[in-house]
Design a protein around this ligand. Sequence first.
Ligand code: DAH
Length: 360
Amino acid sequence: MSDITALQDDLLNQIGAASDEAALEAVRVSALGKKGSISALLATLGKMSPDQRKVEGAAINAVKDKVTQALGERRDLLKSAALDARLARETLDVTLPVRDAPAEAGRIHPLSQVWDELTTIFADMGFTIAEGPDIETDDYNFTKLNFPIGHPAREMHDTFFFNPKEDGSRLLLRTHTSPVQVRTMLSQTPPIRVVCPGRTYRIDSDATHTPQFHQVEGLVIDKGSHLGHLKWILHEFCKAFFEVDNVNMRFRPSFFPFTEPSLEVDIQCRRGKDEIRFGEGEDWLEILGCGMVHPNVLRACNIDPDVYQGFAWGMGIDRIAMLKYGLPDLRALFDADVRWLNHYGFRPLEVPTLAGGLSS
Ligand code: DAH
């Protein structure tokens, strides 16, 4: 076999073995490029005699044509194979189920849900929402609420104080939502009907207490508001909130500096193995404190206690959320654990309404 036939066979083998277009291009350059093997053979023609050139020239060009043709065919083949592979790879199965939209995948925190539920219920009763700052003065958090300076009741609120200012006064993180009562009475004239949900803070931490928690305060001031109204409001609220037809409630005498008389409210319940039912049963659960607003508080807020009277209540939002939704540990509410949220959270588009159902 002549050298030239060997070269041709070798090149055709390499072309046949090239597995992609880049490999094929490398073979082309090695044969037909400037320094390629066929180009080198063609360059030898100039030094040949005319007779020899005729014979050799025809032979080399025949090889060149064969190789060029083989390169073209192989390129077409590789191109269509690459296209087939890409088509197979990028196949889209339109019959697969679509992924949940982000609004479906997210979850509403049970506290936000309960917050929405209770503001919905009170708004329906004609209450407006009032808010106040988390950082309060000692005056609004205690003094105007009839906690005399040095009174032991102040010690019951384990308070986070800021460093004293130059004049000796200290700001604090509000220990309850009751200062919003003060702010409301100072800025509005009766009749007043507000609920004040918000964050509250106390130095306390265990399975049933967290340093930051939530309360909702209620306040009604008018000429003839009395405890009967308060009882009705709380009764209606509990029925709507716990989504039961009847709730038995128990009002016990208690003490708060800002109310007189003061009461604590328990609701009746039955504890099962894994759940708790509200409205009936043998157990009682405390859910809030309330009372008639103390005349000293009205006076401190520029309201004449000889003309106006009213009632107030304060309720732990975290507590009623745990009760209603069977959340075992208060601290989980603040853990920001997405697995917990996926389990206990609510679907974002199911906004609580009285007409459509609060929690379903
Ligand atoms: N502020 C009280 C607390 O945090 C709760 C409370 C009790 C609020 C009676 C009230 C009320 O408005 O009348 O312990």
